[in-house]
Design a protein around this ligand. Structure first.
Ligand code: FES
Length: 187
């Protein structure tokens, strides 16, 4: 992605990010399973595409990226889509060049992170083929999936929260809740 593209994204994203920030700052109702954060034992379901709503297996994901958007679902099949803070991105990045921290959280070469940008809480929905990295379309922040989603470029103040995974015969299962702050959370 070129600098000019990033500046264009920045202009487009200013308004989007402001509106989303108000929505996302609403507290989740922890007692509601649909709004509760992802938990160990949950699986992931596709948010969009031809497999929308289906459980995600590692071999469902395109090798090398891009990321797919997903929501957690509890063992009873209740999708935890009551809070956008639960939006997850998953990517099959393989093992090459992966940091030790990221390797500890991945399964079958797949990583999962919060899909909410740490800048102004837009969805991190784009992918850079040049950098093999996640891109936020609002203001062009770029995150490195191989290194804890550290910020490579743009205004994001910190990395995306990681979501540890494990694999049960290819079925991706959440091993623990988010590691790190989600979106614009300050604590
Ligand atoms: S919300 Fe600004 S870069 Fe993502």
């Amino acid at each position: 992605m070129q600098d000019q593209d990033l500046r264009s994204l920045s202009r487009r994203g200013a308004l989007i990010g402001t509106g989303l920030a108000a929505w996302i700052s609403r507290p989740a109702r922890a007692e509601d399973p649909e709004s509760a954060p992802p938990q160990a034992g949950d699986h992931l379901v596709f948010l969009t595409g031809s497999k929308k709503g289906q459980t995600i297996r590692s071999d469902d994901l395109p090798a090398g990226g891009p990321q797919m958007q997903a929501y957690p679902a509890d063992p009873n099949g209740t999708v935890r889509n009551g809070s956008r803070l639960n939006l997850v991105i998953v990517a099959h990045i393989g093992d090459d060049g992966v940091s030790d921290e990221t390797r500890a959280h991945m399964a079958d070469g797949v990583v999962a992170y919060s899909g909410i940008c740490s800048h102004q809480a837009c969805p991190v929905s784009m992918w850079s083929n040049d950098r093999h990295a996640f891109v936020c379309s609002c203001h062009g922040s770029v995150y490195d999936p191989r290194n804890g989603a550290e910020v490579l470029a743009g205004p994001a103040p910190r990395h995306l929260a990681a979501l540890p995974l494990k694999s049960e015969n290819g079925l991706l299962t959440i091993a623990a809740g988010f590691v790190g702050r989600v979106g614009m959370q300050t604590s």
